[in-house]
Ligand binder design. Structure first.
Ligand code: ADP
Ligand code: MG
Length: 418
């Protein structure tokens, strides 16, 4: 059973080549194959088959050349090209009877595969596998007949057994894998599409909820203001509410914009101390409202590269969360440190804290424990901005004791000391 043994050896080589090609394909970002790459892959497989042929007599070559030819012919319409290549490659070994038999067999097969290709690409997955195996059995039968006519092998049973079993098996394995991968890619694409649609739906729901509420409230108060009998102090109160509601709608829109476009627009050198001081000033009224004491420790600060507006938005969200976590008042400490390469910013509160589970959900869209008051967008935006600025975030928290957010950003090398 020498022929069977050698053909199995040939099959294992083809599978190894296919395996490595699959790994390479997986690593490719766009997951598409160009025609040139496919031709190279099949031509290489064909060459390997011929190179490892079992040659019991000089003009006899037993191998699995039909596998790359059939698969490339059916799937890509490369039949004529691969058959021509096979005839040329075979001529390097000898140009006697074996060569003639090979040419006589593969010239019509090339033509046949070329005619079958348009039909083949249209049929279903299961039919493709069945059809390719049937075609392989037919080619194998003709190969065995050619052998009998031109150069009868010593062991007839071995030759027939090997050719009827191994090439159809190999073709079956190849087409099964191709169909399997194709199905996976299609599934992945439809999943991405569904996710995108879901995101749009969620966005729509969130916008109508988060933006409509403040707008409705604002327009209600505007209606009230129309009444000339409203006293002046009430008027100011209503106007303050209108302005607050509009601001909150604005903030939601800002968060959405940053999330959908986290790329940094205007990169510039930012002095961490200056930017954080500005953010703290914006939030001071909120801190007072919550009776939160803010202390800073900016003894050593440096410069980082980033988008000013986004950097401020990021820390506005973080510090606001910290203040909101201390409804009964508390201590908020903001400090910065720098080393040669990094700048660390620490935001520490003595608020309600978070459980491990809550920490793991930070940054997920719409994750909020604040009920109607929360949007669950703030931290999502924070993570987006920090990632775009090549920074990292770590969180330490204990329920009832407080939370510390630590941010690290790459420093601009010329660090200044303040
Ligand atoms: P929102 O503030 O609208 O709820 P965020 O995305 O800003 O949404 O925050 C999500 C959730 O993370 C908050 O609802 C809160 O539960 C939790 N969180 C964020 N920062 C802190 C903090 N400093 N202390 C305790 N919990 C926090
Ligand atoms: Mg928030």
């Amino acid at each position: 059973m020498e022929i069977t043994r050698h053909l199995f050896y040939n099959l294992s080589l083809l599978i190894v080549i296919a395996f490595f090609s699959l790994i390479w394909f997986e690593k490719k970002s766009n997951r598409t194959l160009s025609k040139t790459t496919s031709i190279f892959f099949f031509a290489f497989s064909l060459w390997v088959c011929l190179a490892v042929s079992y040659t019991p007599a000089p003009n006899l070559h037993f191998d699995l050349r039909e596998i790359p030819i059939i698969i490339s012919g059916l799937y890509l319409g490369l039949g004529p090209l691969m058959c021509a290549l096979c005839i040329v490659l075979r001529s390097f070994f000898d140009t006697d009877g074996g060569f003639l038999a090979n040419a006589l067999l593969y010239a019509p097969i090339g033509f046949l595969l070329w005619r079958l290709h348009p039909w083949y690409v249209k049929i279903g997955s299961r039919q493709k596998i069945m059809a390719s195996v049937m075609i392989s059995i037919t080619v194998s039968i003709f190969t065995a007949i050619c052998l009998e006519v031109f150069d009868p092998p010593v062991n007839h049973f071995d030759a027939w057994f090997a050719y009827l079993l191994i090439p159809p098996l190999g073709v079956g394995i190849y087409s099964y894998f191709i169909e399997f991968i194709r199905r996976n890619i299609l599934m992945y694409q439809s999943l991405v599409k569904t996710e995108k649609l879901e995101a749009v739906e969620q966005m729509g729901a969130a916008i109508s909820h988060e933006i409509r509420n403040p707008l409705t409230a604002a327009s209600g108060f505007v209606q009230l203001l129309k009444d000339p009998s409203v006293p002046a102090h009430k008027r100011n109160e209503y106007l303050a509410i209108v302005s607050q509601e509009l601001e909150s709608a604005e903030r939601v829109i800002q968060d959405y914009l940053t999330f959908s476009k986290p790329a940094l627009d205007y990169m510039e050198e930012l002095q961490v101390k200056k930017e954080l001081t500005q953010v703290i000033n914006i939030l001071r009224p909120t801190a007072n409202q919550y009776s939160v004491q803010i202390s800073t420790n900016f003894s050593l600060v440096g410069t980082i590269r980033g988008d000013r507006q986004k950097f401020q938005q990021c820390f506005l969200n973080v510090i606001k969360n910290a203040i909101e976590s201390m409804p009964g008042g508390g201590q908020l400490t903001i400090s910065t440190h720098f080393s040669e390469y990094d700048i660390t910013i620490e935001v520490k509160d003595t608020g309600v804290g978070m459980t491990k589970d809550q920490i793991s959900k930070l940054g997920e869209p719409y994750y909020s424990t604040k009920g109607k008051r929360g949007t669950g967008l703030g931290m999502m935006v924070v993570y987006g901005i920090v990632k775009a600025m090549k920074g990292t975030i770590s969180v330490e928290s204990a329920v009832g004791a407080g939370t510390t957010f630590t941010f690290t950003f790459p420093a601009v090398i010329k660090n200044e000391q303040f």
